[in-house]
Structures are given as C-alpha cells and as structure tokens.
Write a protein that binds this ligand. Structure first.
Ligand code: PNS
Length: 160
C-alpha cells in the first residue's frame, strides 16, 4: 500500500491543483490532500472554507481524502499518516528552485521522498493569487476554477 500526501494552502484550490491530485491518485493507492495554514500568511479564505472547497472539488476521486495539516511540519504530518511520499506539481524552474531545498529537508527530517509532477501545459501559468486578482477585477477565470470556488468568489465579491 503506497500512500502520498499532496500539501498546499489551497487559497483557493484551482484546476491545476486538481490535475496534480488526480495524477497522484493514479500513481498511489491512497492520497491525502493536506490543507495547511501558516498564521504568518494572510488568506482570502478561512481554513475551514479552504478545506470545504477542496472536499467539494475532489470528493469523488477514488482513494483521495482531505485533512487539515494545521501549523506543524509537513514531514511530521507525513510520518503521522504513514505517507511514503509528498507529491508536488512543478510549473517552471522557479518552482523547482523553490521546492528542491524543501524536498531535501523533508527527506532529512523523516526520510519521506518528494515526487515532482510536471504541470500540464494548460495550467503552467496558474496560481491561486493570480486567479484571485483577475477574478476580483472582473476577469473571467471560469475555465480554471472548480464550480464551488467560483461560486464562493462571486458571492464574496457581491458582499458590501
Ligand atoms: O500552497 P503553498 O502555500 O505553497 O503550500 C506550501 C506548503 C504547505 C507545502 C509548505 O508551506 C509547507 O510544507 N508547510 C509546512 C511547514 C513545513 O514543513 N516547513 C518546512 C518545509 S521543509
């Protein structure tokens, strides 16, 4: 039984994340999507809402579950959940440079390996922050966001 963790803050989850999680679920028997919260960061959505959106979006994927990661180390979360690997998507060499020191550190901490999946061409330009900015300024981002996320963003922008 091979188990992987797909970590992220998912503020909010977008179709690039969904594609990586779906591909991870083809490679591993079980995938835990870990929704992190870093209290030094300012999020658009509360932790519960980010978790809910991820659950609503990928709830139907076989072998995939969603858990809050809290504020601790990702390596400890992996150890606690018996994960063999962390799966991350790489959009560019910038991601590679950012991610490799963490991959080496996570392996040092608990022996957990990191598996990188090259992002699909359709999504290499996506980030949650870019999508939030474009949506908040009236741009159409419907191609890139799960329906539940789009609905929540639209509702939020209609609030006074
Ligand atoms: O979606 P994000 O914000 O880029 O996700 C980043 C995440 C959650 C993968 C990263 O911040 C993380 O691993 N946080 C947990 C804290 C931790 O383990 N830090 C040391 C990394 S070696």
């Amino acid at each position: 039984m091979r188990r992987a963790v797909c970590p992220g803050s998912f503020d909010p989850i977008h179709n690039g994340h969904v594609e990586i999680i779906a591909r991870a679920s083809n490679l591993f028997d079980e995938v835990i999507v870990a929704v992190s919260t870093n209290y030094a960061k300012k999020y658009r959505f509360e932790p519960d809402e980010r978790l809910e959106m991820v659950r609503e979006t990928i709830g139907g994927l076989r072998g995939v579950s969603v858990e809050p990661m809290g504020v601790g180390l990702l390596a400890d979360f992996c150890k606690l959940h018996g994960a063999d690997a962390i799966v991350k998507g790489l959009r560019s060499t910038v991601d590679y440079q950012y991610e490799t020191p963490m991959a080496v550190m996570n392996r040092h901490l608990t022996g957990v390996e990191t598996v990188f999946l090259a992002a699909d061409n359709r999504y290499t330009h996506l980030s949650s922050s870019l999508l939030k900015e474009v949506q908040s300024l009236g741009g159409d981002v419907a191609d890139y966001l799960p329906r539940t996320v789009l609905k929540r963003l639209r509702n939020a922008s209609q609030e006074p």
